[in-house]
Design a protein around this ligand. Structure first.
Ligand code: ADP
Ligand code: MG
Length: 251
């Protein structure tokens, strides 16, 4: 389970995330959905411990800054960061040791094969295409056998086969009780995956829907329903009048 309570983050003058709270239960896929600049990556980087922020984040009930929490989550960043001089295999081994993961050689082989990296194990980080780096990054996150996994725009740059594989992996993880948080601005990529969707705009979650509440509506209908309503009302959908008034003072 992933719990975010009153998370705020400013970069100098930009308030990137403004008092956001949400929870993703065990075995569910949460989607952070929203346009570029909405604050998705800032939330994910805060959870991953890469930023200073205000608020509280816990992973399986453990404060996210504690080592015990860091041990159990995997993180696939928006922009893959690999070591130039380590091979694909060495990246996996590095992560495996750093996390003292009990993943077996057979499991590593299966993961690499699924992402068509098994025969590219000896390639160096700086010999890989962007898509291959992204796949290595996904394989590293899977190799720690996470209880919680954070995926920041993971489909960007992947080929259709890898996208299909990643979707299957997400559903398998969910089946194993893993908590998944995935950000995307591409609605169609996650239609089959989500349990709860958090629609973001300008640092706020403006609406939250569970699959149950959505009935047979797809994400397109939900997303545009919310954003159209916001536009019609001239404010984000679930913000109260007090906050709207405050915003008025800024202009
Ligand atoms: P998203 O992932 O939804 O596209 P981000 O979390 O990357 O959004 O960005 C949210 C806001 O914070 C944007 O206005 C962005 O310009 C700003 N921002 C993100 N990272 C930085 C940074 N390192 N320094 C300054 N501003 C940033
Ligand atoms: Mg982003």
């Amino acid at each position: 389970m992933l719990e975010i309570l009153n998370l705020s983050k400013s970069y100098r003058k930009t308030l990137a995330v403004d008092d956001v709270s949400f929870t993703v239960p065990d075995g569910q896929v949460g989607i952070l959905m929203g346009p570029n600049g909405a604050g998705k990556s800032t939330i994910i980087k805060s959870i991953a411990g890469l930023l200073r922020y205000d608020g509280a984040i816990s992973i399986q009930g453990i404060p996210s800054r504690e080592l015990a929490a860091k041990r159990i989550f995997g993180y696939v960043p928006e922009i893959p960061a690999l070591f130039d001089a380590l091979t694909v295999r060495e990246h996996i081994e590095y992560i495996r040791r750093a996390y003292q993961s009990d993943v077996t050689d057979e499991e590593v082989e299966t993961i690499l094969r699924r992402f068509e990296l098994y025969d590219k194990q000896d390639k160096l980080g700086n010999e890989l295409s962007k898509g291959m780096m992204q796949k290595v990054s996904i394989c590293c996150a899977l190799s720690i056998k996470p209880r919680v996994i954070l995926l920041d725009e993971p489909m960007v740059g992947l080929d259709p086969q890898a996208i299909k594989e990643l979707k299957e992996v997400v559903l398998e993880l969910r089946g194993q009780g893993v908590t998944v948080l995935l950000s995307t601005h591409m609605l169609e990529m996650v239609n089959e995956l989500w349990d709860v969707v958090f629609i973001m705009d300008q640092g706020h979650i403006v609406a939250t829907y569970t699959r149950k509440e959505a009935g047979d509506q797809d994400l397109d209908a939900i997303f545009f329903g919310t954003t159209d309503r916001e536009r019609a009302e001239g404010r984000p959908a679930d913000r109260g009048p007090a906050e709207t008034a405050e915003r008025g003072h800024e202009g």
